[in-house]
Design a protein around this ligand. Structure first.
Ligand code: CTP
Length: 891
């Protein structure tokens, strides 16, 4: 029999990932709504969990949603949030019309806010402050533990009364709670958190990964990190960094498990991080907010955040940032000599002049004008006679464009900023110029990315790595490419796999260049300077530079982009390497190293490539990556196998989704084959084949293709055969992929194998090897196995017709050690055996040329293989004997 359900009249709840304020508010609400039941929405804060487990849970009348009979519920009390998507277990109640909803919250409004029949929303530091005030006014008694929990809410949500969101009410209620018995000892133990050693690691990581973006004059810092497991108390680490580094706006984006979490902290009153994170379904308020995002890549979340920031800061007022305040003003009646004295005293070249007469606006007077007046001894005249009057004033919300127009275009020396008809500050020409100079410096120092968002992507110098790991030829090659870039005024970068492999110290000679400009012009210029050939593909803006040894360098053009600076100085941004890299497959392939002489060796990492290299993880940059290009699924598996990396969780589920929605339906067999060949050419493709199978990709090749234990045994044997061969015969070139392919289809019927070859569009030559020659090899192998021991000459006649690929396939497929040994014996001992006897020797013996020549030469070779003869004389004697015995010559 199931447990009887409880039938409360009122339910209290708060937001998921409850913090101390949420818990404190639920407790306080319970005091206001006796007999209510709390649905605890869960928390991730370690401190909070420990606290409950240890002592305080007895205070709460809590129940699991499954134990509640919702039909009895008439009222829902929501505290510390009003966002529907931040609630847990109360969906059914929210759908009902007859529920009386009461809301207590201190967050600003959001679009998805629940509407309450009663709402108490105040802009104070903690929600519990609002509830504590009611408790105090209603003279409801609190015990010491209750007061402690409530005070904890206030202490934590106000950052020990230091956050800008703290209000006098928070102090007042904290005082009340203290007088009600709140224990400061408990509070200090829980709120003042000692930093633990693993937190130091994350603190360090966050600092290392921090990138500054300047967006419309505001410095926003973003750190993007990932962790395979949950990081406890990340919010407090984030808070520490804000304090340590004195940051205005800080976003931490971290991938934990397969969810992307954002924690935001802000100290600027004009910016509302709660609203910004609402775009991700998160919540919070002006100064602190968080969001959890499912099914998006970390790079995608970061790019989306930057876009949202640009959009939300567009209208961000620079006026208050640029202005000087308080303003030194003089009255228009002031004599010029006094104005001169004040200018000297305050070291100002221009003063704002106000009029007593409220009908006319302010004006200003400059030092230059005053000096002239004094020169003409008109010291006692009042300022109003000479001042520039009726000047333009701006509101605190004015944008930079307006400020520039007034100061630069209208030539107004001083620009008053008004708020509610009061002048709160002035912007001078110097203030504006200082800003623009600094801004332009930032642009230059930036990565030539979006001017609006001056992003200092992660950059470092890798000149040492280049000089230690690349030979002189490649170093010179890179430098010469950079020099050509400089000649054309193009930012020039080596990108992708070459850089990735350089960093992990793997040899890679495939150089891919991206230029911020015309890639074809670049390739032609480079070829001309260096006496090489170049070929351009106009449609794609790409080119190849071809070297005398037929090696090639690919050149691509980064898309041309034009930006206007917020300073409205029209700047033509040459192009964006960043957008070129964002289109690529995996983060680890998005490194770019600048080759231009001034910046040679600077590596740029926009999308967390370094982090993923360290994490040994393959991650896509955006959700549609596999849908846009399904061959990337094979590439992800190839790279994961090659480097022994894992495929990130989100990336892995994107692979599954792409396969589920049939992304391969429109992909040509040729492209699938090309990817498969690349995987089969890897050093050991067997783990990759397992991975392909784990995604069900063998069914993409052919719906009836099965890979079972026997096939894997054969793959392992193929791998062993190849390893054996390559160790002994490094100089013999052959293709590895057909071996794995033949192993893959060994158990298939001929029809399936044939269908597969047609679907994958095998060229005729390859099809012949895979289908015809393979079957022949299998047939001969079977004969060999049934007839051992065989003479050397018999082995030779069986096996010499097969190329290396098929011999290795036979070694791998052999069922017995004996047969394996026999084939190896052929390959190592017999394959190269030759006789010196030639046709002309037979002619000298008086034999007429004809098909008998072949018969005699073969018989002689067989005798040599079977060790019956050794020298050329032996061969001649043997041939003569053979001719005689077989009566091949008329005597
Ligand atoms: N690329 C891509 N999508 C693909 C193929 C390639 O985005 N389907 C990008 C990758 O960023 C890659 C670059 O193009 O770095 C060059 O491709 P390729 O030479 O095939 O990649 P490498 O990373 O050099 O791979 P490999 O080491 O196997 O040659």
């Amino acid at each position: 029999m199931g447990r009887e359900k409880i039938k409360p009249d009122t339910i209290i709840t708060s937001h998921i990932n409850a913090d101390f304020d949420a818990v404190a508010s639920m407790l306080a609400a319970q005091k206001l709504y006796p007999d209510s039941v709390i649905i605890f929405p869960g928390t991730q804060e370690k401190n909070l969990k420990d606290f409950f487990i240890s002592t305080m849970s007895y205070l709460f009348n809590m129940a699991k949603p499954s134990l509640i009979d919702y039909s009895s519920v008439k009222r829902l009390v929501i505290v510390d949030t009003k966002q529907k998507n931040r609630l847990f277990g109360v969906d059914k109640l929210l759908e009902r019309d007859d529920i009386d909803i009461h809301i207590y919250d201190h967050h600003p409004p959001f679009d998805d806010d629940i509407k309450g029949s009663f709402e108490l929303i105040c802009n104070c530091g903690a929600t519990v402050t609002i509830l504590s005030k009611i408790i105090r006014e209603k003279k409801i008694q609190l015990n010491g533990d209750e007061a402690t929990i409530m005070a904890l809410g206030i202490y934590e949500d106000t950052g020990l009364f230091t956050y800008s969101s703290t209000k006098p009410d928070d102090f007042r209620e904290a005082a009340f709670l203290l007088s009600s018995g709140a224990s400061l000892d408990t509070i200090s133990q829980l709120v003042i958190k000692e930093i633990r050693s693993e937190q130091v690691t994350w603190l360090n990581e966050l600092l290392n990964e921090m990138v500054k973006h300047r967006i419309n004059g505001v410095d926003v810092h973003i750190s993007t990190i990932s962790s395979p497991k949950y990081i406890a108390d990340l919010a407090s680490i984030v808070q520490k960094i804000v304090r340590m580094e004195n940051l205005d706006v800080f976003f931490t984006i971290m991938l934990m498990d397969n969810k992307v979490n954002i924690i935001a902290r802000n100290r600027l009153p004009d910016i509302d991080v709660g609203k910004i994170l609402a775009n991700f379904g998160g919540g919070g308020h002006l100064y602190a907010a968080s969001a959890i995002i499912n099914n998006k890549t970390i790079a995608q979340v970061e790019q989306q955040l930057i876009k949202i920031l640009i959009r939300s800061f567009k209208s961000f007022s620079l006026a208050t940032k640029l202005m000087s305040s308080p303003v030194i003003t003089i009255e228009s009646e002031m004599p010029c000599k006094d104005a001169s004295r004040l200018m000297t005293q305050y070291n100002k070249n221009v003063l704002l002049v106000t009029n007593k007469d409220s009908h006319s606006g302010p004006g200003y007077i400059t030092r230059h004008t005053i000096e002239k007046i004094l020169y003409h001894k008109l010291d006692n005249l009042s300022v109003k006679e000479y001042m520039d009057s009726d000047i333009i004033t701006i509101s605190e919300n004015a944008t930079l464009a307006t400020i520039e127009q007034v100061i630069i275009e209208n030539g107004q020396r001083i620009l008053p900023v008004q708020q509610n008809n009061k002048i709160i500050g002035v912007i001078t020409k110097t203030d504006l110029l200082d800003f623009l100079v600094q801004h332009n410096k930032d642009i230059k120092q930036s990565d030539k990315g979006n001017i609006n968002t001056i992003k200092e992507a992660k950059k470092r110098k890798i000149n040492k790595i280049i000089s230690q790991r690349l030979d002189n030829y490649h170093q010179e090659l890179l430098r010469s490419l950079g020099k050509t870039g400089d000649k054309l005024g193009y930012g020039t970068y080596v990108v992708g796999g070459f850089v990735r492999d350089l960093l992990i110290n793997k040899k890679n000679d495939d150089i891919d260049i991206v230029v911020e400009g015309d890639g074809i012009a670049f390739a032609k210029k480079y070829a001309k300077i260096n006496g090489l050939r170049a070929h351009g593909y106009k449609k794609f803006g790409t080119a190849v530079i071809i070297f005398p040894d037929s090696s090639k360098i690919d050149v691509a053009s980064a898309r041309l982009e034009y930006y206007k600076t917020p300073a409205a100085l029209p700047i033509i941004e040459k192009s964006s390497i960043k957008s070129d890299l964002f289109r690529r497959d995996f983060t680890i392939n998005t490194f770019a190293v600048c080759l231009n002489p001034d910046d040679f060796g600077t590596i740029i990492d926009f999308f967390g490539a370094n982090r993923d290299l360290k994490d040994k993880t393959i991650r896509v940059l955006h959700n549609l990556s596999f849908v846009e290009d399904p061959t990337r699924i094979f590439r992800a598996i190839k790279f994961a196998n090659r480097f022994d990396y894992k495929i990130g969780k989100v990336t892995s589920s994107l692979i599954k989704n792409a396969i589920d929605i049939g992304c391969f339906n429109n992909l040509s067999g040729l492209r699938v084959l090309s990817e498969l060949k690349q995987i089969f050419e890897e050093e050991n493709p067997v783990p990759a084949i397992k991975s392909l199978q784990s995604y069900g990709l063998e069914k993409i090749l052919h719906p009836e293709l099965n890979i079972d234990g026997d096939t894997y045994k054969l793959f392992d044997e193929v791998y062993k055969a190849i390893s054996w061969h390559d160790l002994l015969y490094a100089d013999i070139k052959y293709l590895k992929w057909p071996l794995y392919f033949m192993a893959l289809i060994k158990k298939c019927s001929f029809k399936i194998a044939k269908d597969l070859c047609s679907r994958l569009k095998f060229p005729v030559k390859e099809k012949t090897i895979i289908l015809k020659n393979r079957l022949k090899a299998e047939k001969y192998l079977s004969y060999l196995e049934n007839n051992l021991p065989l003479k050397n000459s018999e082995l030779y006649s069986l096996l010499s017709i097969f190329r290396t690929e098929l011999i290795l396939y036979m070694i791998a497929s052999a069922n017995t050690q004996k047969s394996k040994k026999a084939i190896i014996h052929f390959y190592t001992q017999l394959r190269e055996v030759k006789i010196s006897l030639q046709g002309k020797d037979l002619l000298l013996m008086g034999l007429k040329p004809g098909h008998v020549y072949k018969q005699i030469l073969t018989a002689t070779l067989d005798a040599k293989l079977d060790k019956q003869i050794k020298s050329k004389i032996d061969e001649k004697e043997y041939a003569a004997r053979y001719i005689k015995e077989k009566k091949l010559i008329d005597s």
